[in-house]
Ligand binder design. Structure first.
Ligand code: NAD
Length: 324
């Protein structure tokens, strides 16, 4: 096996190395895969890519020309690969699930931080400011949370909320009878919930699910949590909702225009996104950089499944985790 990893970080090498033997030639490129960098894949039979690599038709043609047999995504989503163009030319595999607990636990971490202001307290106490002024929070116990999307992550997160004594209302296009949640309409969730957490996929149907209209129908002071996909929320409407104080807080692990910014250190750059810049100035907006998945367990599962996928595909010409 000769694998070229793109958009790789030191932790990718650390977590993949135990699963690969010395007969495997691997190279970890920091650069993203795109038309300018695809020549680096020459001489490899597998490229291993992540969420922001651009595997478009031109890149796929070049990969085929170089004899690359497989595009191995080390993530669940595959919206960055031109699947139609790849079909019949090159294999595409992915990691459908790695640790729903990682994402569900991070969701609760964000929510707890928001409602107890630990992000502010951390900074203050570093400079020996032990004042409690401005740190007043509220109990999660007894609050009503609306969970939109009760799949692997939403289901686990709802269970965590129940452990806190919260009342869970749920909405899913395909409700899961095995979960002990009260399923209801989206309208009732918007109308009644103190907290709304998004766990559905980004589709045409869910694009901008949270917009001006839905925000208008929410309770004043609602906390919105998004650890799913950025474009579930219209960021402009969110900002308006924060400014008008209709929204009491926003916890965002994902952002609509994150692809050029997240996962990188942009601290020396002038960021050209006024909406994000304004959101970041708000004391009740908490942003993490798409890190909900980022646990040792999840990275280890991603590496293990990716290597299994590659071996299975190269041996059999097919794989259970193939995307078609
Ligand atoms: P999943 O497929 O197990 O669950 C998704 C649920 O959403 C399903 O129950 C499905 O029926 C439901 N759904 C589909 N369309 C819907 C609609 N229109 N309205 C309401 N519900 C709908 O997925 P999962 O593993 O639980 O992941 C959920 C989301 O979390 C993913 O789509 C992904 O975008 C995101 N995610 C984020 C991170 C991160 O690091 N922040 C990591 C992994 C996944």
């Amino acid at each position: 096996m000769k694998i070229a990893f793109f958009d790789s970080k030191a932790y990718d090498e650390e977590f993949f190395s135990p699963y690969l033997d010395k007969n495997t030639k691997m190279k970890f490129f920091e650069t993203k895969l795109n038309e300018d960098t695809v020549s680096l894949a020459n001489g490899y039979n597998v490229v291993c890519v992540f969420v922001n690599d651009d595997v478009n038709a031109a890149v796929i043609d070049k990969l085929c020309e170089y004899g690359v047999k497989l595009i191995a995504l080390r993530c669940a989503g595959y919206n960055n690969v031109d699947l139609k163009h790849a079909s019949g030319k090159i294999g595409v595999v992915r990691v459908p699930a790695y640790s729903p607990y990682a994402v569900a636990e991070h969701t609760m971490a964000l929510l707890l931080t928001m409602v107890r202001n630990t992000h502010k307290a951390y900074v203050r106490t570093k400079s020996f400011n032990f004042s409690l002024s401005g740190l007043l929070g509220f109990d999660l116990y007894g609050k009503k949370i609306g969970i939109i999307g009760t799949g692997k992550i939403g289901g686990i997160f709802g269970g965590i909320c129940k452990g806190f004594g919260m009342k869970v209302l749920a909405y899913d296009k395909f409700p899961n009878g095995a979960l002990d949640f009260e399923y209801t309409s989206l309208d009732r969730i918007f109308d009644e919930c103190d907290i709304i957490s998004l766990h559905c996929p980004l589709t045409e149907e869910t694009y901008h699910l949270i917009d001006k209209q839905s925000i208008n129908s929410m309770k004043k002071g609602v906390i919105i949590v998004n650890t799913s996909r950025g474009a579930l929320i219209n960021a402009e409407s969110l900002l308006e909702g924060i400014k008008s104080k209709k929204i009491g807080g926003a916890c965002l692990d994902v952002y609509e225009e994150e692809s050029e910014l997240f996962f990188e250190d942009n601290s020396d750059l002038i960021v050209n996104d006024d909406t994000l810049a304004l959101l970041m100035t708000m004391p009740n907006v908490l942003v993490t950089s798409h890190q909900a998945f980022f646990t040792k367990e999840a990275l280890s599962n991603i590496a293990e499944t990716t290597v299994q996928n590659i071996k299975e595909y190269l041996e059999n010409g097919s794989c259970i985790n193939e995307v078609q």
